[in-house]
Design a protein around this ligand. Structure first.
Ligand code: UTP
Length: 246
């Protein structure tokens, strides 16, 4: 096995500059306990992304979190189809992208791109680029994975509400231990063994996304998104607390 892409601060940089990095921020990270701490988090996250994105092409996806799930529940009671419910979820993820992009400021594109093709074009001239969902049937983790493959990113960082991948569900098993490193085969078994495919479902990582990253050999880092110094370390490719999938 070659040197770890997580231990190489420059990633796969070339004469054309540093290789792009992709970040997926879960909606549950953006929407925490109360409005005041969420405002502080959006502002602090915007500062980190603006600074990092100045020197490295960075694409960021934003999840829909509990607000998306609330509207999806309402839509389901109204009899909307699963595709229509996915579209409700996409709209909410795009509101989060708009809020974060506006706080980051120019040159970050506003309104946010609505396709991965557009985001991939923008990232080399207007980094950091922020976007929400694209089409029904996957999640913003899946969008981030597609973008990472398109951009030949040196890593994808997944910012979640927990500090990585655990051997048991930490919500129900207080003694659950974080796993620092897993192989793609182990990770895909976990991801494919979890929840179904309905709109608004919460699972470890998007299935299609995990398969795409594995095939393209893009390493994945899973970190607690609310710990910004640690998130920054993962973006930089420095040692971080969390789980590496390689
Ligand atoms: P999220 O990306 O937030 O998914 O999209 P998630 O895993 O359910 O939740 P968090 O935010 O990481 O906790 C919310 C919903 O929007 C639809 C899906 O129904 C998804 O569950 N969606 C999102 C799409 O259909 N396509 C997209 O590209 C993005």
């Amino acid at each position: 096995m070659g040197p770890s892409p997580f231990g190489d601060p420059m990633g796969k940089s070339t004469d054309a500059g540093p290789a792009p990095v992709v970040l997926s921020v879960g909606g549950s990270v953006l929407l925490g306990a109360d409005a005041e701490s969420d405002a502080r988090y959006f502002a602090d996250l915007a500062d980190v992304l603006r600074e990092f994105g100045r020197t490295t092409p960075l694409a960021v996806t934003t999840g829909g979190g509990r607000i998306a799930r609330e509207y999806i529940r309402l839509g389901r009671s109204l009899g909307l189809s699963e595709v229509e419910l996915d579209e409700v979820g996409i709209d909410v993820t795009r509101i989060h992208a708009r809020l974060l992009a506006a706080r980051i400021g120019p040159p970050t594109p506003l309104p946010p791109p609505t396709t991965t093709a557009e985001a991939a074009r923008e990232v080399h001239r207007a980094s950091p680029v922020v976007l929400g969902g694209t089409e029904p049937g996957h999640t913003t983790d899946g969008v981030a994975a597609l973008l990472a493959v398109r951009l030949k990113a040196c890593r994808l960082v997944n910012a979640t509400r927990v500090a990585g991948l655990y051997d048991h569900d930490p919500k129900t098993h207080p003694a659950a231990k974080r796993v620092d490193r897993v192989t793609w085969d182990e990770f895909r078994t976990i991801v494919h063994g979890s929840a179904g495919t309905e709109a608004g479902q919460e699972f470890v990582f998007d299935r299609l996304g995990a398969d795409l990253l594995h095939r393209a050999k893009v390493p994945l880092a899973i970190v607690d998104g609310r710990n910004l110094p640690n998130l920054r370390a993962a973006l930089d490719g420095r040692p971080f607390e969390g789980t590496r999938v390689e």
